[in-house]
Structure formats: structure tokens, C-alpha cells
Design a protein around this ligand. Structure first.
Ligand SMILES: [Zn+2]
Length: 247
């Protein structure tokens, strides 16, 4: 598929409402957006994988891709500072609480990331929820080193041959899961089959339920054994497809 961006900024005036609609435009190196890439939302909690991934993000100004992540109702708040930077921010609550959004970019994939801050006044409750898009494949030429099931934030990660961590490639409408019988485990088992068949080179996202996975892999993925935080190397995935166990 060739991505053909529209290079013009279209402004249309809505006479009834009295404002101009406009299109925020950005030209990322590859096609990306909510129609293609699956949205991921997670609370990193104590996950070392989430911490590693978050650590490489670069803070940046909000752009059109961040707006697609949060939707039009929250779009304006992307430009509001955090209470820590400005106690009088429109996103601050009584100069101490906060409901701000911060924007980042993954420098490896260029995918947008938003962080939503929730802090009650006095700080009794404080957390950050992250949102991003899953990539559609690993960067060109990279191969899978390990597939990581990360139960705490309910994320699936891929460690590639460059040593870097990626959200597991996923198309919108698909979704991975494990530890029960359902569509999520079927999607994960199909991905494992594909990774093994390609010797770790094909980790591209597939549309939902395109292929039926092997019964051995599906049985393990649907079982309790899969439902805990663990790293599966390419070799363990190969053993899984042969024996139904990860060794
Ligand atoms: Zn804040």
C-alpha cells in the first residue's frame, strides 16, 4: 500500500458556529494513525519493560498524531502545562491537583505518545496513563530476539536484534491476550506461528483472525502457563511450536 498524503492545509469556515475547522498536518516517515495502528493504553506500574520503553521517549510539542490519540474533546488540553510547571495551568486543580496531558515521541519509530496525569489535590492519588499506537512491524532488517508477555500493564513487547524494545506490532481491530479461550489468544498464537515460520524476521501486524493458529501453540497461549510475565526467546518459541511447551 502506498501512502499518499494530502499536502494542503484545508480551512473551512462554519458560519453557524462561527469558527474555522482546520486540519493539523504532519508528515511522519511512515503511515500511522488510528485507522491502521492499534491504540495501546497502559498504566506502567512497576513494569521494568514499560520503564525501559518510557525512558527513551522524547518530549515534544503536540502534533496531529497526538490529537488522533486523545480525540477532539481533549485536544486543547494537550497544550496545557502540568501543575508542576504552572500552578495556574487550565489543567491544574486548585493549584495542586492536575489532569494534564503531556506529549512525547518514540525516537525509534516516530510514533506519538501521550501521558495523562491524574493527581488529586494534596496528591493522595497520583498516576500517569500512557497512550500510543502499536507499530505495524519492526524497523526494517530487525529480527525478533524475544517476545515478552508483561502481565502487570497488560502489554506485549518485542525485543528486537538491535536490543531495543517495541510494543508488539498490532493492527487496529486485532488484540493480543493470553490465559483464556478467545480471540486475543488466537491472535497471539497466529503471531507466534508467523514469527517461527519466518525465523524471527516477520513480526508484521495482521488483520484480525486471518489464519487459524496451530493447536499446540493455541493450547499453550490459552493456558494459565502463558498468563504471567515472561520472556520467550526465538528458540523457546520454536520449541513451543514443536512441543506445545516453552521448555
Ligand atoms: Zn500534570
Amino acid at each position: 500500500m502506498t501512502y499518499a498524503p494530502d499536502r494542503e492545509l484545508h480551512l473551512t469556515h462554519d458560519a453557524e458556529r462561527g469558527y474555522w475547522h482546520f486540519v493539523l498536518y504532519i508528515e511522519p516517515p511512515g503511515a500511522c494513525g488510528s485507522a491502521l495502528n492499534a491504540t495501546q493504553q497502559f498504566d506502567p506500574g512497576p513494569s521494568p519493560y514499560a520503564a525501559e520503553w518510557l525512558n527513551r521517549l522524547q518530549r515534544c510539542d503536540p502534533d496531529a498524531l497526538h490529537v488522533t490519540l486523545v480525540g477532539s474533546n481533549e485536544a486543547q488540553a494537550l497544550w496545557h502545562p502540568c501543575v508542576y510547571e504552572d500552578p495556574d495551568s487550565p489543567s491544574a486543580v486548585a493549584q495542586d491537583g492536575c489532569v494534564c496531558w503531556q506529549t512525547f515521541r518514540d525516537p525509534v519509530t516516530w510514533l506519538p505518545v501521550t501521558a495523562h496525569h491524574y493527581r488529586t489535590v494534596t496528591g493522595n492519588i497520583e498516576n500517569w496513563q500512557y497512550r500510543t499506537y502499536a507499530p505495524l512491524s519492526l524497523p526494517d532488517g530487525e529480527r525478533l530476539e524475544a517476545l515478552i508477555i508483561d502481565r502487570e500493564p497488560h502489554m506485549f513487547w518485542i525485543r528486537s536484534s538491535s536490543g531495543r524494545l517495541h510494543v508488539m506490532p498490532e493492527q487496529t481491530g486485532a488484540g493480543y491476550s493470553c490465559g483464556y479461550h478467545g480471540g486475543g489468544p488466537v491472535q497471539l498464537a497466529s503471531m507466534i506461528d508467523k514469527i517461527v515460520a519466518s525465523d524471527g524476521y516477520d513480526v508484521a501486524a495482521e488483520p484480525s483472525s486471518r489464519t487459524r493458529p496451530s493447536e499446540r501453540v493455541l493450547a499453550w497461549v490459552s493456558s494459565e502457563a502463558a498468563d504471567r510475565t515472561q520472556e520467550l526467546t526465538l528458540n523457546q518459541l520454536k520449541i513451543l511450536t514443536r512441543t506445545g511447551m516453552v521448555g
